[in-house]
Design a protein. Structure first.
Length: 108
């Protein structure tokens, strides 16, 4: 089994309607039943992000997200799948469930 991250991409407007949450819960339950779900959760808004750089003791913090884009990651699923094709299918299903774009990446 290979592991992947499916990142949810959102502009933070109109996030998580009650209908979307029902679809997301059903998607999570299906993946859990199939042994594919490792972990899933939402992320706080980018206003709560803080990039920290302590290389060589720099002690720098920005108090801001890394990227100032209107679209950010608003949540993620960590999954395991038998193949890239299965992971891609799950990413398509996740996108439909949450009604958002998603980004699929294999874990190294």
């Amino acid at each position: 089994m290979k592991r992947y991250m499916i990142f949810v991409i959102d502009d933070l407007s109109g996030s998580g309607t009650p209908e979307e949450m029902v679809a997301i819960d059903a998607f999570n339950d299906e993946m859990a039943a199939n042994g594919q779900l490792i972990h899933a959760c939402g992320l706080a808004a980018p206003a709560h992000a803080n990039v920290i750089d302590n290389r060589s003791g720099a002690g720098v913090q920005t108090g801001a997200p890394l990227f100032a884009n209107p679209e950010q990651f608003s949540g993620f699923w960590m999954i395991q799948a038998e193949s890239d094709e299965v992971a891609k299918r799950l990413a398509f299903e996740g996108s439909r469930a949450c009604n958002r774009k998603v980004e699929l990446r294999p874990l190294l």
